[in-house]
Design a protein around this ligand. Structure first.
Ligand code: HEM
Length: 463
């Protein structure tokens, strides 16, 4: 197959198309060309270099198991050389080679099972506090609620249970993420008074200053803090090297960025899917009744919630929270029958792999029971990606999802507001474009689905 260069108006159109709706762009390309497909320019720069979409286990393995050839580029605004923006975006997701390996080794212990077990009590406490504020009988934008909910949880665990410290920096980081994806920043990336781009740069400086003062406070009064930032400050690699302050700032920011929208989005989609599948919801409640009898889960009860684990897996398959990953080739490389030059862009379409009928029969159906009889490899099922750069927070995220869902679903019944239009927007994570209006009731177990409209029907068959 020959890849025709996409230039001029067509390039602009393709660029806009991927920027506007990457899932639609991927689905169309896959339909037209199959698992190795040319994709229009994705980001600005070097339009002559091929952009390739891949899907399926073999190609995923080739790309994701070889980080030396297929390097990460980062999707946040780069910022001028020497700027705070450049420093705070330079965390694990942006690093390659030996530096990535060394930093990953330093961060890993804070996300091992034993460390994550240690966050259990705080997760239950913070989540219960948030849920106590919900008023049954009201309509909420559940996606905004999930963002606020995960913001509190992530901030408390990553930074500090004291909201004046933890939540304050979390809020700054949430705003920073939004600014990174604002079209006014992308369209006019110039550092002039009044531009959104300058606003982003100033905001990054504030975040850097805040994290540096948090580090200073911890150094001034060393104590028994167990937040992730404190653990990172204590971490040492094989050669007894710790992180520099600059590395701590970058890693702390990126850990928040990587955890916040992903977990919030997964919760939103899972609540939506459960609300629209009353039979699944009833079965889940049976399991909660049998294992938890209405209480919050203890660490040893979580593994007993087998059907909940299936629900979460199936939700992340059907409505993949991270629908694609991007890599750049570090040398000339062959993919399928194509030879790509150094610097080509590869988009791994995780969403497409998750919807392949040869891997998942009736892929658009939400069927948690299928997990009883399937055991896909890491390259067939990759909500947390796969290979040496797979998500470092997968255990943390799974625990957060399980605790949050058990607490929410035992206490409340969720119903989508009838007639809601559900479209998607995907910038790193795939979220509902216009939010997710849902009614919350005391859990009277009168589960019923609602009629909804929009792109959601392309992605999942609703009863
Ligand atoms: C449901 C929640 C989550 C999902 C769906 C998710 C998904 C992913 C995916 C797909 C990647 C690979 C991205 C790529 O290949 O370009 C990734 C990487 C990463 N995730 Fe997560 N993530 C979640 C939660 C978290 C949490 C809670 C943390 C930490 C607190 C975290 C930290 C990271 C980091 C640091 C990386 C980069 C790893 C590396 O490059 O070595 N994630 N995540």
């Amino acid at each position: 197959m020959k890849i025709a260069p996409v230039t001029g108006f067509a390039a602009a159109r393709e660029y806009y198309r991927f920027f506007h709706d990457p899932v639609d762009a991927m689905r169309e390309c896959y339909k037209r060309y199959g698992p190795v497909a040319p994709l229009g320019p994705i980001f600005a720069g070097q339009p002559s270099k091929p952009r390739l979409l891949i899907a399926g286990p073999e190609l995923n393995r080739q790309v994701l198991s070889d980080p030396a050839t297929f390097r990460t580029t980062g999707q946040l605004i780069r910022g001028p050389r020497g700027s705070a923006q450049q420093r705070i975006r330079f965390g694990l997701t942006r690093m390659n080679g030996a530096r990535h390996k060394q930093q990953r080794q330093l961060i890993m212990p804070a996300f091992h099972k034993s460390a994550v077990d240690g966050y259990h009590a705080l997760m239950v406490e913070v989540a219960t506090g948030v849920l106590n504020k919900w008023k049954p009988g009201r309509v909420y934008d559940i996606h905004s609620e999930m963002r606020a909910f995960v913001l509190q949880l992530s901030s408390a665990i990553l930074f500090s249970a004291d909201p004046d410290e933890g939540l304050a920096i979390g809020k700054l980081m949430e705003e920073w993420l939004l600014r990174n994806f604002s079209s006014s920043v992308w369209m006019l990336p110039v550092d002039l008074p009044g531009t959104a781009y300058r606003g982003l740069l100033r905001h990054a400086e504030r975040i850097e200053k805040e994290i540096l003062s948090m580090i200073e406070r911890r150094r001034a009064s060393p104590g028994k803090r167990r937040d992730v930032l404190s653990l990172l400050m204590e971490a040492r690699d094989d050669e007894n090297r710790g992180m520099t302050d600059e590395e701590l700032v970058g890693q702390a920011t990126i850990l928040f960025g990587a955890s916040f929208e992903t977990a919030a989005t997964t919760l939103t989609w899972t609540l939506f899917l459960l609300a629209q599948h009353p039979a699944v919801m009833r079965k889940l409640m049976d399991e909660f009744d049998a294992v938890l009898s209405g209480s919050a889960p203890s660490p040893d009860q979580l593994p007993k919630l087998e059907f909940l684990a299936y629900v979460i897996k199936e939700s992340m398959r059907v409505l993949s929270p991270v629908p694609y990953a991007i890599r750049a080739t570090a040398r000339r490389v062959k993919i399928g029958s194509l030879t790509l030059p150094h610097g080509s862009t590869i988009v791994c379409g995780h969403y497409l792999t998750h919807h392949m009928p040869e891997l998942y029969p009736e892929p658009e159906r939400f069927q948690p029971e299928r997990w009883n009889s399937i055991d896909p490899s890491q390259y067939e099922y990759l909500p947390f990606s796969a290979g040496p750069r797979a998500c470092i927070g997968a255990i943390f995220a799974t625990q957060l999802l399980k605790i949050s869902l058990t607490l929410m679903l035992q206490r409340f019944r969720f119903a989508v507001v009838p007639g809601t239009r559900i479209d998607r927007v995907a910038r790193i994570t795939m979220q509902p474009r216009h939010g997710m209006p849902m009614m919350i009731f005391d859990n009277d177990r009168q589960y019923a689905s609602s009629r909804v409209a929009g792109q959601i029907h392309e992605m999942v068959e609703l009863p």
